[in-house]
Design a protein around this ligand. Structure first.
Ligand code: SF4
Length: 190
């Protein structure tokens, strides 16, 4: 892979998507980074919807993420809720208005239109390559993978058909295993 060329391509793609999102978000008075935090919170599990979870995901400082979350809370898109067992921890729960906003903005219509112009084979190959690149970059820098719970090495499938998290020993519902998690460790057999 030509590193310079690949970087330029990724930057260009990101810039097109950012511009599209910026135009849509302008109507809601939100910055792209604030929407990224909201989107993350809408797809992460209960172990990941904290200030630290968002900080790790966005790769920003705790201070700036804290400001971002305050904006989302003020706009009624998330609600800060104390953890049931550890009162020092607060969960950032996405409100109905927050989910509605995410559904209005995503998926990107620009990407949808581009996807229609690609063959099924090309589209699938792009997705596989991007996933593989992301995985390698996360691995190269010891970044957390934030993968889907169903593909985690700690996800234990019970003979009853249910699932349990090997780290927290808590039961995982069908919905839980679809969400992403900051404690995720890839199960390479998935
Ligand atoms: S099984 Fe893995 S991804 Fe799922 S909740 Fe546990 S640590 Fe997180």
């Amino acid at each position: 892979m030509d590193i310079l060329e690949t970087r330029q391509l990724l930057e260009r793609l990101a810039s097109l998507l950012r511009t599209e999102a910026r135009n849509l978000l302008f109507q809601h008075g939100l910055q792209p980074i604030q929407f990224e935090a909201l989107h993350y919170l809408s797809i992460c599990n209960r172990y990941s919807d904290t200030l630290m979870g968002v900080t790790d995901y966005l790769g920003q400082t705790k201070g700036s993420v804290s400001q971002t979350l305050k904006v989302l809370e003020k706009k009624g898109l998330i609600e800060k809720t104390p953890d049931k067992t550890d009162k020092r921890v607060a969960h950032m729960l996405v409100t109905k208005a927050g989910y509605n906003l995410v559904e209005n903005i995503l998926p990107s219509s620009l990407l949808e239109r581009a996807n229609k112009q690609l063959s099924k084979k090309d589209a699938a190959s792009i997705e596989t390559s991007l996933r593989s690149l992301l995985k390698s970059m996360q691995h190269a820098n010891n970044f957390k993978t934030f993968g889907q719970c169903a593909t985690c090495i700690h996800n234990i499938k019970l003979s009853s058909g249910g699932h349990v998290c090997g780290l927290t020993k808590e039961a995982l519902s069908g919905e839980d295993i679809e969400l992403i998690c900051r404690e995720h460790e890839p199960n390479n057999s998935c």
